[in-house]
Each structure stands twice: as C-alpha cells, then as structure tokens.
Design a protein around this ligand. Structure first.
Ligand code: ATP
Ligand code: MG
Length: 143
C-alpha cells in the first residue's frame, strides 16, 4: 500500500479556522481505524503545532504521513523562527501577547506537549527563515 500524505495550509492569525487541519487529520485516523491512544497522541501534537503556526508564525503547512510503521507530522513555516529553541521547549515559556492569552492560549505548554506525544521529535528553527518540526509516532501490531 502507498503511504498516505495530506498537507494543510495554515494561515497566520486565522483564528476562525484554527484547529481545522488537525481536526481533519483526526478524521482520517479514525477512518483508518487506528487505536484511540495513537489518535489521541497524533491529535494533540498536530493541534499544538497548528495553533503555533496560527499564533507565532507567518503561516505555513501542517502535514501528516501514514506508513505501515509510523505516523509522521510535519509543521513547516516561513518565519519568523525561534531565537532560543531550548528555552521555547521549556514548560511555561511563552511569548504570547495578552490578547492571545485572553483567548486561552499562551500557557507555554504546546511544544513540551508535542514532545511528550512523540516517539521522535525534531525541531529546527532559523531566525528570519522559519521553523520545521517533525514528529514521529510509531505504530505497533494492533494499533
Ligand atoms: N512556529 C513558531 N514560530 C515562531 N515561534 C514559535 C513557534 N512555535 C513556538 N514558538 C515560540 O515558542 C514559544 C513556546 O511555544 P509553546 O507552543 O510551547 O507555547 P505557547 O504557544 O506560547 O503557549 P501554548 O502552546 O501553551 O498555548 C512560543 O511562545 C513562541 O515564542
Ligand atoms: Mg503553542
């Protein structure tokens, strides 16, 4: 069977549609009949990545690829990049504005949660260029 791949464009500041791409990803996983624990981990990681694209990036793409061994989530954006990735990965670190916090975001838990949901987590960020996140969640027999 060929791998399944979907890519969703995520626009900066588009709070109207924020969460739509990760919700579509969840639907695909349900249709494939994957187990609920896997669906949960992929959905949380994809949602947090999508919201970060909306809030912190200049826009980008959220992608998912499913192969027999694993699910891979890709979040790639076109800036502004993260100055200190180690700091951004810390629980509670957030640069979200008061306006964003009033909307319920900005606890500084998105990146740590993505990592927790992952078997493999890669983040690469170049200031003024963009951020790329790749998350792998491995499938076992029965998933
Ligand atoms: N795609 C991105 N582009 C630029 N900066 C980012 C990006 N993703 C995260 N960051 C930076 O890393 C910080 C931490 O991200 P994280 O997702 O952990 O927390 P948050 O988005 O601020 O709050 P929460 O996810 O809990 O609502 C952000 O506040 C922001 O400064
Ligand atoms: Mg976040």
């Amino acid at each position: 069977m060929d791998n399944i791949r979907y890519d969703f464009i995520v626009e900066k500041d588009d709070f109207e549609r924020a969460g739509e791409a990760s919700s579509n990803i969840k639907k695909v996983l349900r249709q494939l009949g994957l187990n609920s624990g896997i669906i949960r981990r992929v959905s949380i990681a994809a949602y947090e990545a999508e919201i970060n694209l909306v809030i912190h990036s200049n826009g980008g793409t959220l992608g998912i690829e499913i192969d027999p061994e694993k699910i891979t989530i890709y979040a790639n954006d076109k800036g502004p990049g993260i100055k200190n990735v180690a700091l951004a990965m810390k629980e509670g670190y957030s640069t979200a504005s008061d306006r964003i916090r009033e909307m319920g975001f900005g606890a500084g838990m998105g990146l740590p949660n993505m990592k927790k949901c992952s078997d493999d987590f890669y983040i690469d960020s170049v200031l003024d260029r963009g951020t790329s996140i790749t998350i792998k969640i491995f499938l076992k027999d029965g998933d």
